[in-house]
Write a protein that binds this ligand. Sequence first.
Ligand SMILES: *Cc1c(COP(=O)(O)O)cnc(C)c1O
Length: 392
Amino acid sequence: MEQPVWPISITSRSGVPGRNQSVTDPAVPYFDLKIQFQNLRNEILPALERVCESASFASGPEVKAFEEEYASFCEVGHCIGVNAGTSALHVALRCMDIGPGDEVITTPFTFIATAWAILYCGATPVFVDIHPATRNLDPAGLRAKITPRTRAILPVHLYGLPADMDAIHEIASDAGCKVVEDAAQAHGARYHGRRTGGLASMGCFSFYPGKNLGAYGEGGAVTTDDADLAARARALRDHAMRRRYHHDEVGYNYRMDGFQAAVLRVKLRHLPAWNRRRAEIALRYTEAWKDLPMQLPEIPGGRESAWHLYVVGVENRDRFCTILLQEYGIPTALHYPLCLHQQEALRDLGYASGDFPVAEALARRCVSLPFFPEMTDAQVDTVIQGVCRSLS
Ligand SMILES: *Cc1c(COP(=O)(O)O)cnc(C)c1O
């Protein structure tokens, strides 16, 4: 999570209701996990105590119970808890037998971990540009990127919006390759009625604290309806140990810990209400801003977003963010300022700026606004008015 920068001196000519002119106190926080803990204190602390008393620190009954509950939330047969979203992606790609020489097609507009997992397998990430409205991998460019080495497609449900799965599956099945979901931002989203995590061979989730469902540390999960894939993932996360001290392939120490599972079990009970509140705030933002010179999130028919982030696109971003912060006390963040093919770490893939114009345009224009379920209606109004005034 990027920390918004708060300037040393602030001048306000805004008069937005609720604006507090103190330097340390923005009108609205970008994001606030402390309020959530205050609300959940009486549920979380006893859960942590249970873990201490049972001494089930690595794996154990809380992890098993969380896996059952999260599988049922995702409406899939199996959930395997791991120690991070990046590990979930790595394990899922290993379950697809991705290895050196293989190509995995994904979006250039995502968090870098999507590409790390492909590289950890020794495979090559191949990018295809995004769709300007959904900001997800555009199936229109997908077929042209299929080669005899293509082994899997890894769509990301960016900002919580499910990718165009029907079109992706059609191309994947023609090409004889697998599909894995990066659902790290999409806990609880739906695509034609079905939950993310159940839309491909495997789904990968992150429980990084800032996600819709966040641990009190690191966490992740792989979901699947396939019992054999589930058994392989379960083995891989625990040193590939199907039988004690017997290892039939290279495994990892990617186990979920007991404290995280206990926290996640408490928070999972609140997730549906939190996601509903996110959708309500999103609706209010979109209604209020529909006539402004700004690109708003669009949700195609048949899809329900998990509304992880509310991201707009503006032409003059630096100026917009500076006015929002300095005059209206509204902090912002960027998801993401640079595409994957423009990252120094991935330069050996041989891409150049200009290769993915839609993604690059979004990287220049995107702005994430304050957006979290605990926001009060007054805070939502402050953001609405600040944005309207900044663009007028
Ligand atoms: C957060 C995130 C990840 C990585 O999850 P970690 O738990 O931080 O390892 C992967 N992909 C996407 C799209 C993410 O947003």
